[in-house]
Design a protein around this ligand. Structure first.
Ligand SMILES: *[C@@H]1O[C@H](CO)[C@@H](O)[C@H](O)[C@H]1NC(C)=O
Ligand SMILES: *[C@@H]1O[C@H](CO)[C@@H](O)[C@H](O)[C@H]1NC(C)=O
Ligand SMILES: *[C@@H]1O[C@H](CO)[C@@H](O)[C@H](O)[C@H]1NC(C)=O
Ligand SMILES: *[C@@H]1O[C@H](CO)[C@@H](O)[C@H](O)[C@H]1NC(C)=O
Ligand SMILES: *[C@@H]1O[C@H](CO)[C@@H](O)[C@H](O)[C@H]1NC(C)=O
Ligand SMILES: *[C@@H]1O[C@H](CO)[C@@H](O)[C@H](O)[C@H]1NC(C)=O
Ligand SMILES: *[C@@H]1O[C@H](CO)[C@@H](O)[C@H](O)[C@H]1NC(C)=O
Length: 452
């Protein structure tokens, strides 16, 4: 019964903290406007071909493209071919047999797959903003690396025809992203001669792509475990958070086993499937939140991120944490931090990421597979408490994917919990009278009306 009321308490808290947000147009309430925009600029028409400049811009606050990065693809509507490409390349040349003699196109694929060139590509194949191996940073982590660009020369669909038909069905080649239809927008403008002259594209199209965690994978990728200095119990990740060992088809690496060499030939531009160490939760990432110390005016939390994936290094990883005390964050050790002021008045959410060349890479399990920080927050006398699990995070996501939390009933309790519980039941019943009854009544009434 007590467990039940804990649940209600937390559900109500969640409802209250979510309701003031406007309905979001994206999929993620923590980054409601986040999107990836593909910009397609027709720069020049040369009789029967066009010069096109394409950029991929990551407008997401905390999601980035990790290696092997984006693999942009589209359908040509007519019989277009790519004669040349700079700053990127098509993975397949395809069947160019209809071009006999003279120049052979770069790609004749009906649906070309374009990958970024690697850093260090010869200068004559580069264009500005290219050659990052498909890797793009998030807006918060490194805004100077949030865009990629390449150029191509495209043969028009009707030989000699002056018209260009916009390509369709764009994909980024990354799990979880879906792209909308291209929209013609006012032409991009470019400046030269120190701003004294402006030129513009012949035509510009935008394609907007959005991410959905559920579409990326029905299974979560991360879970949270908890502990506190005042209780010796460590609350581990919930069983089967990401998968179950007993499920048919689930694979994991037992202690002592060696990582199998890749059996199948592996395309370096494609991503590898995860392989995790065997555990009850089967997640590739575990985030541990430990309430380490309490001072007079401050309290200290230690956050440890552990990589249990034996085949992946997480480069430029990030962690988004929601906790009401983050608005009084005083000090962060060995991570970068930036508040995500989503709700304007309430900065209870922030983003942590590694320090470049120090811990911005979370190495594969078996190497130094963890990174950690300690954070110091000042106790706001009006709200701070170690009771009711208040000191534990409300929400954590790793690389933009939400982590599975233990159920609130299991949170480590203060030793004098008996006292605390009595108080909580009192305040809970008061709380329920004030908050729940008005919530429940209209629902009940609706049901009643449905049946009459
Ligand atoms: C994509 O994000 C940018 C930057 O936040 C924003 O200006 C733009 O309106 C967004 N596009 C869409 C279609 O939501
Ligand atoms: C785009 O995709 C749709 C659905 O798969 C398909 O019917 C259509 O032919 C594609 N467009 C082009 C130009 O190939
Ligand atoms: C080019 O487009 C214009 C207007 O969109 C149209 O009137 C014209 O017939 C097109 N020409 C060709 C060769 O497709
Ligand atoms: C098209 O995308 C660019 C970013 O590349 C953005 O600045 C512009 O506002 C977008 N246009 C529209 C109409 O969404
Ligand atoms: C991860 O990084 C380590 C050290 O840089 C390297 O030895 C290892 O091959 C990398 N693993 C993968 C899967 O890239
Ligand atoms: C919270 O927001 C306020 C006002 O926007 C800002 O002054 C303060 O630094 C923020 N605190 C933290 C820890 O981000
Ligand atoms: C520690 O927390 C657990 C889980 O809530 C609880 O069952 C246990 O009684 C607590 N231990 C002490 C010493 O209070």
């Amino acid at each position: 019964m007590l467990m039940g009321s804990w649940w209600i308490f937390f559900t109500v808290i969640c409802l209250i903290s979510i309701s003031p947000f406007p309905p979001s147009d994206g999929y993620d309430p923590l980054d409601p406007h986040g999107n990836v925009t593909i910009k397609w600029d027709i720069m020049q028409a040369n009789g029967d071909s066009f010069d096109v400049s394409v950029s991929v811009l990551n407008f997401q606050l905390f999601r980035h493209f990790a290696p092997p990065g984006w693999r942009l693809s589209w359908d040509w509507v007519g019989k277009e071919v790519i004669w040349g490409m700079w700053g990127a390349e098509a993975t397949l040349q395809g069947d160019c047999s209809r071009f006999t003699g003279g120049q052979i196109p770069h790609s004749c694929e009906k649906r070309p797959v374009i990958v970024d060139l690697l850093p260090g590509t010869p200068y004559n194949k580069q264009v500005a903003n290219c050659c990052k191996g498909g890797v793009l940073s998030s807006l918060n982590q490194d805004p100077t690396k949030q865009g990629a660009a390449f150029q191509m020369n495209v043969g028009a669909s009707t030989a000699g025809g002056p018209n260009f038909t916009m390509a369709q069905n764009f994909t980024l080649g990354l799990d979880g992203y879906t792209c909308g239809t291209p929209h013609e927008v006012p032409p991009s403008r470019f400046t030269s001669d120190g701003g004294r002259r402006w030129t513009q594209a012949l035509g510009t199209w935008n394609v907007t792509c959005v991410y959905s965690q559920f579409r990326a994978s029905p299974n979560p990728k991360c879970c949270v475990s908890l502990s506190a200095f005042y209780n010796s119990t460590i609350i581990s990740c919930p069983k089967c958070s990401c998968n179950c060992q007993s499920l048919p088809g689930s694979k994991c690496l037992r202690d002592g086993e060696v990582v199998p060499l890749l059996q199948m030939p592996h395309d370096p531009t494609e991503d590898l499937p995860d392989l995790v160490r065997c555990s009850d939760h089967m997640c590739p990432i575990r985030v541990h939140w430990h309430i380490k110390q309490s001072y007079k005016a401050y309290w200290r939390v230690k956050i440890t991120i552990t990589n249990l994936n034996v085949v992946r290094n997480y480069t430029e990883w990030n962690l988004v944490v929601q906790h009401p005390n983050l608005q009084s964050l005083t000090q962060v050790f060995s991570f970068n931090y930036r508040p995500l002021n989503l709700h304007g008045y309430l900065n209870d959410t922030g983003m942590f990421w590694g320090i470049k060349y120090y811990n911005d890479m979370l190495l594969q399990s078996g190497e130094e597979g963890n990174v950690q920080t300690e954070i110091l927050m000042s106790k706001e006398p009006s709200v701070f408490t170690f009771q009711e699990g208040w000191a534990f995070p409300r929400k954590i996501s790793f690389n933009g994917d939400e982590c599975v939390m233990p159920p609130p009933d299991d949170y480590p309790r203060l030793p004098n919990a008996a006292m605390a519980r009595k108080q909580s039941i009192l305040s809970l019943s008061l709380f329920m009278t004030i908050v729940l009854i008005p919530l429940v009544l209209p629902v009940g009434l609706n049901h009643f009306l449905d049946y009459t």
